[in-house]
Design a protein around this ligand. Structure first.
Ligand SMILES: *Cc1c(COP(=O)(O)O)cnc(C)c1O
Length: 367
């Protein structure tokens, strides 16, 4: 048996006729950019996210970038970013000329630790970015309280957490303006690059619609120095189809995660995912931890089990961020996570025998 890290077969074979229909609907419309497939999807995704407005964007990084831009983040500003995120979160800040200020995660949930945020604030801090890493919601009550006390904005990075909630309320609806990615491998993925912004703020939604389309609301009238950051009709139509199946797929992910949690309890020195009592977890990734991570990964690979590391190098130690002058040891929790984390195979449609195969090879490693 071979168990890949990710397999789209179950998801994509089941919806193939619907996707073909969506494709033909766009194809035959002869209208490929900024049409009704996009505006329909935006309404559906806004409803799903329990917000008034969703704006389709070219990808997750651009959605983060435009969210921060609309809040006025720019040169000289600081933005709180978790030290253990995917680099896109920090890049969105840097591309606006602002500085990402890294704050360590809680070592149980791996999400931004609210008790450490205030020590990192300065008069230049403009916003807090809460990344719901691996699919688990951040402690949004605490984060929103801190933001309110210090007059800061909150931008959720919802790229890994479609459909998750905190304290009964959907992610993507907590922050002032929020961004997500529909990269194919995310829980809710397009068949190419795609992303969105969600907000309840009408003016910001309109401004983002303008910025994504060359700074133009009316054709050939440009009000601001805009970008080309549009989501195309084809991806929007495909996302509309997939959105109807997302809750089923999320339940599938949760069921697989429960199997892993049950079967891996007490195995070797493994640290299993912990979910905060008010958070829901949609298991974009099922991340285990062990000091023997590299040898365990090699053992699994030799036995046909695909795993990945999310993420092997934290942003502050990336060459791209060397200009900031951070050193090894500056963010020890993020650095420890980078050395010990291993993501196991998990996808909607994964079979119990495949879970057992992974679990048995992990047990064999420790035997
Ligand atoms: C994937 C991801 C992004 C970037 O999304 P793209 O669509 O690839 O640009 C941003 N933040 C996080 C946490 C992600 O996982």
């Amino acid at each position: 048996m071979k168990v890949p890290f990710l397999n789209f077969h179950y998801q994509h074979s089941n919806i193939k006729p619907e996707i073909q229909q969506a494709f033909l609907s766009v194809y035959d419309s002869y209208w490929y950019i900024l049409g009704h497939h996009l505006s329909d999807f935006e309404k559906e995704f806004a409803d799903y996210s329990q917000v008034k407005y969703a704006v389709g964007i070219s990808n997750g990084l651009d959605a983060l970038f435009l969210s921060l831009k609309i809040l006025g983040v720019g040169a000289g500003d600081e933005v709180i970013v978790p030290s253990n995120t995917y680099i896109a979160t920090a890049l969105a800040v840097s591309h606006l000329g602002a500085t990402p200020v890294f704050v360590e995660p809680d070592s149980n949930t791996y999400n931004l630790d609210p008790t450490k945020i205030e020590a990192a604030l300065t008069p230049r801090t403009k916003a807090i970015m809460s990344v719901h890493l691996y699919g688990q919601a951040c402690q949004m009550n605490e984060i929103m309280d801190i933001a309110q006390r210090h007059n800061l904005y909150v931008v959720e990075d919802n790229a890994q957490s479609h459909g998750a909630e905190y304290d009964g309320r959907m992610l993507g609806s907590w922050g002032h303006i929020n961004a997500t990615s529909f990269y194919p491998g995310k829980n809710f993925g397009a068949l190419g690059d795609a992303g969105a912004v969600t907000t309840n703020h009408e003016e910001w939604a309109q401004a983002i619609r303008s910025y994504r389309n060359y700074g133009s609301k009316e054709k050939y009238k440009n009000e601001v120095l805009g970008y080309n950051m549009r989501l195309d009709e084809l991806q929007a139509a495909i996302l509309s189809v997939k959105l109807k199946h997302l809750d089923n797929w999320t339940q599938y992910r949760k069921d697989i995660a429960m199997l892993y949690l049950d079967k891996l309890q007490g195995v070797g020195d493994l640290i299993l995912p912990f979910t905060h009592p008010l958070a829901s977890h949609v298991y974009h990734l099922f991340v285990i931890r062990t000091p023997q991570r590299d040898t365990l990964q090699k053992h699994l690979e030799e036995n046909g089990v695909g795993t990945l590391i999310h993420y092997p190098i934290p942003p502050h130690l990336q060459e791209a961020y060397s200009f900031m002058g951070h050193q090894k040891g500056d963010f020890p929790i993020a650095e420890e996570l980078a050395m010990s984390s291993l993501s196991l195979p998990l996808w909607p449609g994964m079979q119990q025998e495949e879970v057992d195969y992974v679990v048995n090879h992990i047990k064999a490693f420790y035997a």
